[in-house]
Design a protein around this ligand. Structure first.
Ligand SMILES: Cc1cc2nc3c(=O)[nH]c(=O)nc-3n(C[C@H](O)[C@H](O)[C@H](O)COP(=O)(O)OP(=O)(O)OC[C@H]3O[C@@H](n4cnc5c(N)ncnc54)[C@H](O)[C@@H]3O)c2cc1C
Length: 400
């Protein structure tokens, strides 16, 4: 069975791996010159198996006025008709019931991904700076604490190892948090969360798949249209040629909605822009990942580099403010965690990317209404975390 994987981000390349394991002939196609040139390029690197909390939750509603009035430094909003449509669907998910349902659905995928990652590491020997780092989330007020306690209890009841620590307990696990300029009253700690470099993983896995002839990669190949006949997938139209195959899996992140619209399939995936800066470590760099929830940024150690990533801008895919936002992220991180990285280094690497967000935070994984056309898109803030389980599921659906 010849299967096309459209999109060579972390989701697409992991999907190619699981398809090859099931005996498929796989061709991965991407418009860029290499793998991981999209959102998978320089994300925070966190395998947040325990922090699957839905962004859409009752607390979010009280943040909306501040967001719209530009009072939240961690978020910018530019209203447009598409955002209004997506935002209304997002608001419908902000009930306690939906938030719990979505958090647990993501938790189940994340926990399976953790198991599959462990299995993958036994089978495939590639380097991607994978480390069992643990994760601390800073809690700064009583409302956040109440919400975190509820969420931890819900997830613990469903098999997840996450709990609240006092400030002192957090310092004993990661001494670097004592140096933070942030008045946190408690933390959420998840020992089993990991870090790893998504781009390094994607690049190394591509090499592995190519050298073992388990997949063929085609770059600089933009797909302009997906062809169907009698409601069945037929092929794709590229710049200069067409490719036919038995099936296709769309792993095109934020671009998925645009590719599917001509086929009458509407996916509510909205780009939520975020930024990162990669810096050398310093003597005070934490080993445990730290998330400053209220400030909307995270700090992760990836090998011998520190990655500072964050912000959630609802500005479409606009790159207009990237330089300013990256500067703001760096200034904020330097202020809150001055010892976390070598902020004076000249070789820091700035980056911006779009999270493919769905209103309920859950990805679209599996068959579409068109035979032979499958989806693995819309992983939002957790694409790296969820990659293995989603890839295994969609590959299984194709060969079923
Ligand atoms: C600042 C930031 C921090 C993040 N931190 C984390 C984190 O710590 N942990 C985590 O789990 N997730 C994190 N994420 C989210 C994660 O990075 C994404 O969910 C994930 O990268 C999505 O992967 P993807 O493969 O679906 O998309 P992409 O990596 O964007 O890949 C899609 C590919 O499709 C290709 N493509 C699109 N259209 C076409 C076309 N017409 N023809 C040919 N090719 C096409 C693109 O070129 C691209 O290569 C973060 C995101 C951001 C922005």
């Amino acid at each position: 069975m010849h299967v096309l994987v459209l999109g060579a981000g972390v989701v697409g390349v992991t999907t190619a791996y699981y398809l090859s394991q099931l005996g498929c002939e796989v061709t991965v196609i991407d418009r860029e010159h290499d793998v991981a040139c999209g959102t998978s390029h320089a994300n925070a690197g966190q395998l947040s198996y325990s922090f699957t909390d839905s962004l859409a939750k009752p607390d979010f509603i009280s943040q909306i006025p501040g967001l719209l009035l530009g009072r939240d430094p961690g978020s910018r909003v530019r209203i447009n008709p598409r955002l209004v449509g997506w935002g209304l669907q997002f608001l419908a998910q902000c009930t306690a019931r939906n938030a719990a349902k979505n958090t647990l659905a993501l938790l189940a995928i994340a926990m399976r991904s953790a198991e599959l990652m462990a299995d993958f590491k036994q089978r495939v020997s590639i380097e991607f700076s994978h480390r069992p780092a643990g994760k601390l989330i800073l809690i700064t007020d009583k409302n956040e604490l109440r919400s975190a306690e509820n969420s931890c209890a819900l997830k613990r009841a469903n098999g997840c190892d996450t709990h609240i620590l006092t400030r002192q307990e957090a310092i004993s696990i990661e001494p670097a948090v004592e140096e933070l300029n942030e008045d946190f009253i408690a933390t959420v700690y998840s020992e089993t969360d990991n870090v790893a470099d998504a781009r390094q993983f994607t690049m190394s896995l591509r090499e592995h798949l190519e050298s073992s002839q388990q997949a063929v990669f085609r770059f600089n190949a933009t797909v302009h249209a997906i062809q169907t006949e009698q409601n069945r997938f037929k092929g794709i139209i590229l710049d200069k040629d067409c490719v036919v195959a038995d099936a296709i899996i769309l792993c095109t992140g934020v671009q998925s909605a645009g590719l599917l619209r001509p086929l009458g399939i509407r996916l509510p995936i909205y780009p939520v822009r975020g930024y990162s800066v990669t810096l050398p470590t310093s003597r005070g760099s934490p080993s445990v990942s730290i998330t400053a929830l209220r400030r909307r940024f995270v700090i992760s150690r990836l090998g011998d580099r520190m990655r500072i990533a964050g912000f959630a801008d609802f500005v479409g895919a606009s790159k207009e403010a990237d330089q300013v936002r990256i500067r703001e992220l760096l200034q904020l991180a330097r202020h809150i965690a001055p010892g976390a990285a070598d902020f004076d280094a000249t070789d820091h690497q700035p980056w911006a990317g779009n999270r493919p967000m769905t209103p309920n935070g859950r990805p679209f994984v599996g068959a579409s209404d068109i035979k032979g056309l499958y989806l693995n898109a819309g992983h939002g803030m957790l694409g790296w975390t969820l990659a293995h389980a989603c890839a295994a599921d969609v590959a299984a659906a194709v060969v079923r």
